[in-house]
Design a protein around this ligand. Structure first.
Ligand code: SF4
Length: 256
């Protein structure tokens, strides 16, 4: 690791101090966590939580309760996000799969091997490999960091992870980064949630807000920007700028 950069454990500690203890998802049950992923598409965390609470209080979160619900009841829930009809269908599809393929209970399959558990979870709508690992993290079954796009971007900007040629390769490389944390679900859950919150609020995709950021003093992105600026500061007044150099690219903004 480059000199002057924060370790992941140091970054998590500073984020905890800045944001306070993060709020976990509202359930540790695998089926409810699948619903949590599908309940409100592209909604803010507070709207997603609202949608989940509404589902729980008006329909219920068991597969049978969802299969028994009318389309209007499910759409009232999924309207907290966009594409309410599609996502009401997805909730129904989740319930159908849970009953047909897993006898209505996913707790047994997630107690199996990691690969079998991921395969089972990935058979549900909207759940790819990162989603499956995130569900296993929040059921407490696996100590995986499972960063989603916001968290991944923070790790890359901090210089803890190299951006690869594809999202899936960068995600896979993040597993090695996570090895520096204690391999306990609680430790990984907190790191996952804090990185997510940081990427969503300060370390945004298009314009990171580095000035108020608690990680700025040990961040690779900031170091690159500073080094770029010091090499390209305007010449003192009255002095020639010298021959025109070939323009240099600004540090790349990491995609989310
Ligand atoms: S200093 Fe800037 S780039 Fe680095 S983590 Fe903070 S917001 Fe992101």
């Amino acid at each position: 690791m480059r000199k002057g950069l924060l370790t992941l454990a140091e970054a998590v500690k500073l984020l905890r101090k800045h944001y306070g203890p993060p709020a976990p998802p509202p359930s540790g049950d695998p089926f409810e966590l699948i619903l949590w992923e599908n309940v409100a598409y592209l909604a803010s965390p507070s709207r997603r939580r609202e949608a989940f609470e509404l589902l729980k209080s008006t329909v219920g979160t068991s597969p049978m309760a969802i299969l028994a619900a009318g389309p209007g009841a499910l759409e009232r829930v999924t309207a907290r996000g966009i594409l309410k009809e599609n996502f009401a269908d997805k909730l129904r599809e989740c319930a159908h799969l849970a009953v047909e393929d897993f006898g209505g209970d996913l707790r047994k399959v997630i107690r199996g091997s990691l690969s079998a558990a991921k395969k089972a979870l990935r058979s549900f709508p909207g759940i790819g490999e990162p989603g499956a690992e995130k569900i296993l993290l929040f059921t407490g079954r696996q100590a995986l960091l499972a960063p989603e796009s916001n968290g991944l971007r923070v790790l890359v900007r901090l210089g803890l992870l190299r951006e690869e040629t594809s999202y899936s390769k960068t995600y896979a490389a993040s597993r090695r980064t996570a090895e520096s944390l204690r391999a306990e679900p609680g430790v990984m859950q907190e790191a996952h949630l804090l990185l997510f919150e940081h990427g969503r609020t300060l370390c945004k995709r298009t314009a990171p807000r580095c000035e108020p950021c608690p990680l700025a003093r040990g961040c690779a992105y900031v170091q690159r920007v500073q080094s770029f600026s010091s090499r390209h500061s305007p010449p003192p007044a009255g002095r020639s700028a010298g021959p025109r150099a070939k323009p240099e690219k600004r540090p790349r903004s990491v995609r989310g």
